[in-house]
Design a protein around this ligand. Structure first.
Ligand code: ADP
Length: 308
């Protein structure tokens, strides 16, 4: 009897040793496979970043030359053709810039600046650039700052923040046929060291079905299959926004109701500026209506789209 128990224990110990060896070997194999996959993904992102750069340089040359051509006394028909080439070229440059940004972020090569800037200036500059596009579609573009009398000086990357806001407002204009696009900036909390702000971009456009509200933040992803056909785009803009904001320690989400509109909400916590930020010499928001702090949506009832 004792001998049998002893034999069984030996067999069990042997099995255990064998199992441990097997687990160690498998773990090592998995680690190698994971490292290989990560290296391949990194190499792919680096390849994309280099390629995008190589394509961008000659494309800028083509656009520059075509610009000169447009002003070289062409016949009206030739002018039209050269303008069409310019529009396509600019669109292509936008797509390449998005791919370059996305692959830079994915490969961990995107570095954010730490500059002192005034949040209000950044939002106003972005809106001033997009006002003609809103006007061309007959849309009202409005801005609201709460509080409105103390422009907030922060420390961060104003160019990248501008890229986020520009993407959101550009989308809002693209997906809205009538009504307005409102950008509300609210200071949520302020301490000596940092400020918590919320930037909301709200439109009265086509809206987003609830099953797509997370999907649209993935790369190359659009709300539905007909979007590219109807509106163009690559589905990279929001993926870049979410990643840029994550790098800044911020967040983005959307509330929307199809047929009523969408509301993109950005929450961001940034250090306050270390130095006084000079007020820009050219202020003014041509084509943008500035709403009083208490004002509700010009055409709506003040409730978010989802609540109407
Ligand atoms: P793109 O606009 O190039 O397709 P984005 O990543 O910026 O890529 O947007 C992804 C998708 O999210 C869009 O294709 C569209 O389906 C949806 N979307 C984004 N913004 C809005 C908006 N304001 N209203 C309705 N749909 C939107």
């Amino acid at each position: 009897m004792l001998e049998q128990i002893h034999e069984r224990d030996e067999r069990l110990a042997h099995h255990r040793d064998h199992l441990e060896q097997e687990v160690t070997a498998r773990t090592a194999q998995l680690r190698l496979a994971k490292e290989a996959a990560e290296a391949a993904s990194q190499a792919k992102s680096e390849f994309l970043a280099t390629m995008s750069h190589e394509i961008r340089t000659p494309l800028n040359g083509v656009l520059g030359m075509n610009d000169l051509l447009i002003d070289s006394g062409l016949t009206p028909r030739q002018h039209l053709w050269a303008e069409a080439a310019q529009t396509s070229g600019r669109h292509l440059l936008g797509v390449i810039n998005d791919i370059l940004d996305f692959s830079k972020i994915e490969s961990g090569h995107l570095e954010l600046e730490a500059l002192d800037f005034r949040l209000e200036d950044t939002i106003e500059e972005t809106l001033a650039l997009l006002a003609p596009a809103a006007e061309a579609k007959g849309l009202e573009l409005a801005a609201q700052f709460v509080p409105h009398d103390a422009p907030l000086a922060l420390r961060g990357d104003p160019l990248r923040l501008r890229q986020v806001v520009s993407n959101l407002v550009g989308n809002a204009i693209k997906f809205t046929e009538e009504g307005e696009v409102v950008v509300r900036t609210t200071l949520l909390t302020l301490s000596e060291a940092q400020a918590e702000v919320r930037i909301v971009v709200e439109d009265t456009g086509i809206g987003i079905p609830s099953e797509a509200t997370e999907k649209i933040f993935e790369h190359f992803s659009q709300a539905d299959g007909s979007t590219t056909r109807r509106f163009g785009g690559t589905g990279l803009g929001l993926a870049i926004c979410r990643r840029l904001l994550a790098l800044m320690g911020g967040r983005i989400r959307v509330e929307s109701e199809p047929g009523t509109g969408s509301k993109f909400i950005v929450d961001l916590c940034l250090p306050v500026a270390r130095t006084a930020v000079p007020v820009p010499s050219t202020t003014g928001l041509e084509g943008v209506r500035v709403l009083e702090p208490g004002a509700r949506r010009p055409g709506g009832d003040g409730r978010p789209p989802g609540a109407r």
